[in-house]
Design a protein around this ligand. Sequence first.
Ligand code: NAG
Ligand code: NAG
Length: 413
Amino acid sequence: MAKRMLTFEFVALVVVLAVVFVDGRRGGDEERGMCAVVVNGTGYPCKEYTVETQDGFLLGLQRISHGIERRGDGTKRMPVLLQHGLLQGGDNWVLNLPGQSLGFILADEGFDVWIANGRGTRWSHGHKTYSKHDREYWDWTWDELAEYDLPAMLEFVMTTTGSKVFYVGHSQGTIMGLASFSQPVVTDMLAAAALLSPITYLDHISSNFINAAAHHYIDRMVKTMGVREFNLRNEVGVKLMDYVCQREDVDCGNLLAAITGPNCCFNGTRIPYYLQFEPHSTSLKNLAHLAQMIRRGTFAKYDYGILGNLQHYLSLSPPDYDLTIIPESLPLWMASGGNDALADPVDVIRTIEQLRSTPEVIVLPEYGHIDFVLSIQAKEDLYDSMIAFFRAHADRCVLGPAQVTRVPELSSF
Ligand SMILES: *[C@@H]1O[C@H](CO)[C@@H](O)[C@H](O)[C@H]1NC(C)=O
Ligand SMILES: *[C@@H]1O[C@H](CO)[C@@H](O)[C@H](O)[C@H]1NC(C)=O
């Protein structure tokens, strides 16, 4: 017990130091986007864009339009949109060395790489009307990420490039994907999708940390604290860790492993660098939604309780997302990990069984949840196979006639 607390205190100290470090540099960084802060110095081109969602959020989108080696070879590059997971940001695709990070690898392989950043993360740009101090700014869950953020970014990439888009989602990025792929307006913009750590059902989660939080604490926190920001570094996050790590059945000695499962293939000396950017913020309401999935075993919209559901959905319970609506013609590729404490293999199989199509699936027995973005051998383990899958579906990038007329500058591209 004493040893466990000691290591936990060490982890907490590292996190606190990281906060001080990051906060000390804010101000300058708030205007400087991810290209300037993370990608600058690598030699890759990087350009910042802002995309407005229908509900007024201003999302940050970065574009790495080509690699270092194959600069200016004139061929049209297929666009791919990378969508990060919970408590992460677009930086997670470019945090490792060039030959290890998916964002750089895809650019070197001839893709036009677009990096998505969800609302509330450091690389997004706030809201048209609300500031991060307003309740409304944090009043959303992944329902809104699927309904507003993903379609807005896909449409922006499609109209800018004049091509249908490949999608890569990790973790919550796969929840957003699978929830929104039931809308034809979304699948019409997609060429194919690759899902890392695919999640729709969460009832076999093996992380004691997450289970304790989901079953005992998160709803209580939402009740007492209301709709607001959640970050592992702010007081809400520290309070949650305090509660959960006191439990006998939760070992917080290695906090990341306690939350995500043990990761096999990290570069340990690089962790202080990751902590300059990660973890990012989400909303407490979003955590409450994920906790509902864990408790109820459903893939459904946010549960407001009977009265709230009547008001929001005109039904007593929240509507389910129906995986059988995802068109069979949309090519899907998935990778899941044997040590992934969040995308449990049992839940992944349940997801696959409900789909009408048969996705290509890679299973990596050693992989934990975060290995899919930060493993130093991910290229050999899975990215090469993903790239082959995209190339095999290159013909699907061609736009339909109705879409071509929506592309403003196709001829000048
Ligand atoms: C990139 O870094 C160099 C020096 O390290 C600096 O001169 C340049 O302004 C930076 N570019 C951006 C876009 O911040
Ligand atoms: C691990 O990270 C360190 C620090 O950034 C770097 O110098 C080293 O080359 C990395 N090693 C591998 C195998 O990626």
